[in-house]
Design a protein around this ligand. Structure first.
Ligand code: PGA
Length: 250
């Protein structure tokens, strides 16, 4: 069975109530029954607003982060059950900005993934190497060890319920996207790595690419056999660009 493509917009810490209104109204007008899954990830304060705006829309909603804790004295954190008060279908876990700026470890990321898997929310596990690591030729070692930290905690079967986002750190927000061939090479290696634990799961798991994806380059990415969609940052804040990416995936 073919894997359904996903195009997800990670809005990061951008937007206001007004700009988000315009963005979602624009997306709703352009996307009625897209053949791919379309997802947007607003900041926490706008989840309720976006939830309302998407009520009759096929577009799904993601949160950008979540706590691995259930509830209690964790000031500033947001729990899974809080997200479940809204139509949150996906949560980004381990985005490189969470890892590098906020010091999230592989262990915490694995625990967040585990907690999400116990709910009805799909984790989007973000992995990827830095420029230094790529230059040292350890791209695959880095990606595999980030995956293994989760795999060892949740088991390979759980990966049927996980979306992996391969996002080379050097390509995020830099305008310097990996070429379709570079991305395909890593995606294929990730799938083969999972196949070592379970071949069936490796064929089912969706692996999406992120890092300076634009409408002008996305169709080439989507022709690659192991690229199942995109996680889009900057370009997802512009209706035309994001729609262009969505259309090129379908
Ligand atoms: P970018 O961000 O498209 O702006 O490079 C991607 C991401 O961080 O998910």
């Amino acid at each position: 069975m073919a894997r359904q493509k996903i195009v997800a917009g990670n809005w990061k810490m951008n937007g206001s109530s007004e700009s988000i209104d315009q963005l979602v109204v624009g997306l709703n007008a352009a996307i009625d029954n897209a053949p791919v899954e379309v997802v947007v990830a607003p900041s926490f304060p706008y989840l309720a607003q976006v939830d309302n705006l998407l009520e009759k829309s096929p577009i799904k909603m993601a949160a950008q982060n979540v706590s691995e804790q259930g509830s209690g004295a964790f000031t500033g954190e947001v729990s899974i059950s809080m997200l479940q008060d809204f139509a949150v279908d996906y949560v980004l876990v381990g985005h490189s900005e969470r890892r590098s700026v906020y010091g999230e470890t592989d262990q915490v990321i694995a625990e967040k993934t585990k907690a999400l898997l116990a709910s009805e929310i799909t984790p989007v596990l973000c992995i990827g190497e830095s420029l230094e690591q790529r230059e040292k030729n350890i791209t695959l070692d880095v990606c595999f060890s980030q995956i293994d930290a989760v795999l060892n905690l949740v088991g390979v079967n759980a990966f049927e319920q996980v979306v992996i986002a391969y996002e080379p750190v050097w390509a995020i927000g830099t305008g310097l996207s990996a070429s379709a061939e570079q991305a395909q090479e890593v995606h294929k290696a990730i799938r083969e790595h999972i196949a070592k634990s379970d071949e069936v799961v490796s064929e089912k798991v969706r692996i999406i690419y992120g890092g300076s994806v634009k409408a002008s380059s996305s169709s080439e990415l989507f022709t690659m056999p192991d690229i199942d969609g995109a996680l889009v940052g900057g370009a997802s804040l512009k209706v035309e660009e994001f729609i262009g990416i969505v259309k090129s995936a379908g």
